[in-house]
Design a protein around this ligand. Sequence first.
Ligand code: ZN
Length: 502
Amino acid sequence: MIPKATTLGELRKDVEAGRVARRPVKSEIRDNLIAKLRSGETLFPGIIGYDDSVVPQVVNAVLSRHNFILLGLRGQAKTRILRAMTSLLDEWLPVVPGCEIHDDPLAPLCAACRARVRAEGDALPIAWLGREARYVEKLATPDVTIADMIGDLDPIKAARASLELSDELTMHYGLIPRANRGIFAINELPDLAGKIQVGLFNILQEGDVQIKGYPVRLPLDLQVVFSANPEDYTARGKIITPLKDRIGSEIRTHYPASRQQAMQITRQEAWTARGSAAAELVIPDYVREVVEEVAFQARQDQKIDKRSGVSQRLPISLLENVISNAERRALAAGERVTVPRITDVYAAIPAITGKFELEYEGELKGADTVARDLIRAAVSLVYDGWYPSADMRQVTEWFDLGGNLQVDDALPAAELLKRTGQVQGLHDAAREGAGKKPSDPALASAVDFVLEGLYAHRKISRSTEGQFQAAEQVKQRTARAAEPLGVERDLPLTGGKKKYYN
Ligand SMILES: [Zn+2]
């Protein structure tokens, strides 16, 4: 509901009577935060896993009326937290209508608004600005100029109005003045050129700045928040010391601490409710766990650059791509239930490889191989959680005795179940993971999980094309036993199939 006052006179009465609060933006944010803390309301809905770490520190920074910086690797919800600060602003703010810097009708900064107040007095119409319009965000890049950030002098405007160049009427405002009485967020602060940082500091500290050699006075009222990668931020010379000094709190963000929290984030962010009339989508928990574990594995892998990090966007895009691969199979097979499989995670490698930077060793192996290894390690861990003490000897023996199976991500559920039905004990084991009365696609997915789990543990081997066979060492043993002494062989061939190891 927009407040009632429509003129400066009415606003003045409301402010005097305490019906409309009037204070600097940092106090406003602090007051609203205090009210939320008192009522026990969730401060930042949708921010998961920061309740005991980042959120209390942000609260302290706001209570201290600090400008603050979030330091963290990519994909740690930094921008999201900064944007959520908007919810701590008053719902409506009285402004002089049309003023580019959202002047306070009771104390306008710019000459134009001051002139209007002088001319119209208490009859001056006022406008109410919603909180969403009071958040301005800028991604810092080296080519950002003072004109972009603070503004520029317009000599033509000055000449026409026969004004001094330093008169603010001749100014074309940049982003920071336009954020006046609101929140200004700068992402990747270290990428801002040194002289822009100086300008920023002057505006924050002194309320004035030099533009093209002319001093311009702009005592702005701002809550400034920043984000940066810790590596860039701490590197010497990237941030000018006086500006760093003006940032009251440095808050470190982090990746989700547990697989469960990470799954919750991915569940919230990934596009899974596709509303396709064709099929019902059922995502097994082990698929969600493997998708998440891929990111955890990547974050600790020596072949992946730690400084650039592995964003939470990896599991989010991965899950979306996994679902799409399952969708594609279900559509081709005319299945009514879409159930993603572990095989679909391998098919979704394009959603993984772009999400990290490789170290030299990783470059040598290639992004695809690195991704494949990550999935395999993830499957191995998740499988252990699902089948901690399962005896799969029956299944592995079938392969050891020379059995082989062709199972790939395109195989319809019914066909997969038919092919794997001959492996004793496999369907029984799969039923443990598939839940009660599984549909064919759900059981097929669970069978695939068991096979992939055994492969991840090297109990059986699998080619990239989905050919499951006995484990490497077993095959070598059988081949050696069968080999007549003194006879040279080319390649050990089992079942006449060409072997693809990975
Ligand atoms: Zn104004």
